[in-house]
Design a binder for this molecule. Structure first.
Ligand code: ADP
Length: 483
């Protein structure tokens, strides 16, 4: 079984969030099940030199982007047994960041066609093209609208995974012809038209053979107007092709017993050693070095999705508790600035690091007692999984994957691996934080919660098995999904 992952970010090469974690770890697990998985992604300017140096140019050709003919180089790198193809075009991808540019529509229209052209150029036609989020959503669509009839392409089946429905890639009508090279007949509510614009994500939801969603709860949620981002009707119409498969995490990369980034390695068997990580972080951040003060961290993109508004509402009340708080995050200027100012007001208890820092993230997971993730919505969420693996107890809102992975502590049955609240309400969150703190000083109880959090299996093993099953099922179909 040959599977090609097309993604816009992939660890360890380029990362802005959880998608890179998934693309960086799921292929390895699938490979261990015997699947031939390769990955194709843009060759960003930000990729570390250590990787760039090892890439080998294997093809050069041009790609049509509407009326333009753009250069496309394919560079190959084999890393940890997986073949990666990097799509090289410095005009589109040699920039400071991954996304957020005025021409993202053009960049990923180029990337989508480049991926499809690469198959012919390399004479490599996978059984499954597995695409992820809006940046690669036009690939299944272009395959069905155009490439399907060409030699080699007819038997390819497509899987599209929704990691976040909020980002859809919506552009003006003109992009249809100007960037995608498609005629006006595709500007139709049953196809790419979306409230007068063109919606890339919709292309995949219309064209892909199967659509996977990164948690069973999010799969249900996105079929409602509340979470459906105006695509809930289409998702309900494709209900039979929706599959919820929970994300896992890379067991090797996120392992406190051998993590090279953290101050002191530890495991469930010598959990006492975790304390050294807290002590060092307190020192590094200039906080009082107190073993008994609970340290709560948040490591997150700073956007509305992540529930920062709840924190803003009750920040003073949280900081009145005997607690230390560290934020590591990057995102909307408004939230970054708010947190920076708050750090000036509460120098005794609060520290804020704005920016993206993988190494610091690991150090904080290892140091933390509590991990705050009060999301408005959360397709799967990896932060809480990593936190639990490091014995940092998550406090989450019961939405999406948070609902599927965190079981709130029940003092009567002694079950649970975290704390949760149902409604997107600041005082419910505050109550839950206080509830968690009320158990923190009871060593026996806290030890049990930490044990239950650390012992759970967050690896890809089970989910990779489900993906493999789905691939086989889709390949076995004689007909592709007809739109
Ligand atoms: P999302 O994909 O919505 O951003 P996830 O919880 O699925 O959220 O994944 C977030 C990933 O990005 C985790 O690996 C988390 O540790 C990491 N991360 C988020 N913000 C930062 C940051 N500022 N610095 C380092 N790592 C971060």
């Amino acid at each position: 079984m040959k599977v090609l992952f097309a993604v816009s970010e992939c660890g360890p090469f380029a990362k802005s969030g959880g998608l890179a974690d998934v693309a960086g770890s799921l292929p390895k697990e699938l490979k261990s099940l015997g699947t031939d998985v390769r990955v194709i992604l843009p060759k960003y300017g930000t990729i570390a030199d250590q990787y760039k140096k090892k890439m080998k140019k294997i093809k050069e050709f041009t790609v049509d982007v509407g009326w333009r003919k753009q250069y496309c180089g394919i560079e190959e790198l084999i890393h940890q047994g997986i073949t990666y193809y990097f799509v090289d075009n410095e005009y589109y991808f040699k920039r400071e960041g991954l996304y957020g540019y005025f021409d993202d529509g053009e960049r990923f229209a180029f990337f989508s066609r480049a991926v499809l052209e690469t198959l012919k150029e390399l004479d490599y036609f996978p059984n499954i093209l597995h695409c992820h989020d809006w940046h690669t959503a036009m690939i299944p669509y272009l395959l069905r609208a155009d490439y399907y009839r060409r030699t080699g392409y007819g038997s390819i089946r497509t899987i599209f995974t929704i990691h976040n429905l909020q980002f859809q890639g919506i552009f003006p009508r003109e992009v249809l012809k100007d960037l995608l090279g498609l005629d006006e007949s595709y500007f139709h509510p049953g196809h790419l038209e979306f409230f007068g614009n063109v919606n890339f994500m919709k292309g995949a939801l219309v064209a892909a053979d199967k659509i996977t969603i990164v948690s069973p709860t999010y799969k249900q949620e996105i079929q409602t107007p509340e979470f459906g981002e105006k695509l809930d009707g289409l998702l309900r119409a494709r209900n039979e092709d929706l599959v919820g498969i929970l994300n896992g995490i890379d067991d090797d990369f996120y392992d406190p017993s051998k993590d090279p980034f953290i101050f002191q390695n530890y495991s469930i068997h010598n959990i006492g050693k975790k304390a050294a990580n807290k002590r060092e972080i307190q020192k590094q951040f200039g906080l009082k070095q107190s073993a008994s003060t609970p340290l709560m961290v948040m490591i997150s993109r700073l956007t509305r999705q992540k529930g920062i508004d709840l924190i803003k509402c009750v920040f003073r009340e949280i900081l009145q508790e005997d607690i230390q708080l560290i934020f590591l995050g990057a995102g909307d200027y408004e939230y970054e600035e708010y947190l920076r100012q708050a750090a000036r007001i509460y120098p005794e208890k609060l520290r804020v690091y704005t920016g993206f820092n993988e190494e610091l993230a690991h150090k904080l997971y290892a140091a933390a007692d509590l991990f705050l993730m009060p999301s408005l919505f959360e397709p799967c969420g990896l932060g809480q999984l990593i936190a639990m693996k490091y014995g940092a107890i998550p406090i989450v809102r019961e939405t999406g994957g948070l609902n599927d992975t965190v079981k709130s502590w029940n003092e009567f049955t002694k079950e649970g691996n975290g704390f949760s609240f149902k409604h997107f309400n600041a005082h419910d969150m505050l109550y839950t934080i206080r509830r968690a703190l009320s158990f923190y000083h009871n060593k026996k109880t806290w030890g049990l919660i930490v044990k239950q959090a650390m012992e759970k299996d967050y690896s890809w093993a089970q989910s990779a098995f489900y993906y493999n099953q789905l691939y086989s099922e889709v390949i076995a179909r004689s007909e592709t999904h007809v739109f």
